[in-house]
Design a protein around this ligand. Structure first.
Ligand code: 5GP
Ligand code: ZN
Length: 130
């Protein structure tokens, strides 16, 4: 889809801090995270909603999601991962994987900001075990 911002990231028309890529999927850090290390995982093909993704890709995505979650736990040192699907802002099916902490609530999608250069460090840490 030529107007879709995530399709543009997938085709490298615009940059992103990519943590994983294969034939069918791309994962990168959310530009406006609710926690540092907040990842967006998506199929490279454009589907509107996650339930529109074909079954074979959904299965592949579940395994990949687990791998990324293990990487987040190992590298970010979070207590658990919040998995969320919304899709109101960007109409390209994607899943949010959010490092979470027992003592920090994720309520209301509050946002945090990276220090200069910090997002690239997070990307490289997460990428290193994927
Ligand atoms: P949703 O569509 O699930 O409601 O939210 C889309 C998410 O994509 C938001 O968390 C937003 O911060 C993120 N996002 C929107 N545009 C960009 C972008 O250009 N680059 C990156 N890395 N994330 C984006
Ligand atoms: Zn798209």
């Amino acid at each position: 889809m030529n107007t879709c911002i995530f399709c543009k990231i997938i085709s490298r028309e615009i940059p992103a801090d990519i943590v994983y890529e294969d034939k069918n999927f791309l994962a990168f850090l959310d530009i406006n995270p609710t926690q540092k290390g907040h990842i967006l995982l998506m199929p490279k093909s454009h589907y509107r909603w996650v339930q529109d993704i074909p079954d074979d890709l959904t299965q592949e995505s579940a395994l990949l999601q687990k791998k990324i979650m293990n990487s987040l736990t190992a590298n970010i040192g979070c207590d658990y991962i919040l998995i969320a699907v919304e899709g109101l802002q960007v109409e390209h099916a994607h899943t949010h994987l959010i490092p979470s902490y027992f003592d920090k609530k994720n309520a209301d999608w509050h946002h945090v900001t990276y220090d200069p250069g910090e997002i690239a460090k997070y990307a490289s840490k997460i990428r290193s075990v994927l």
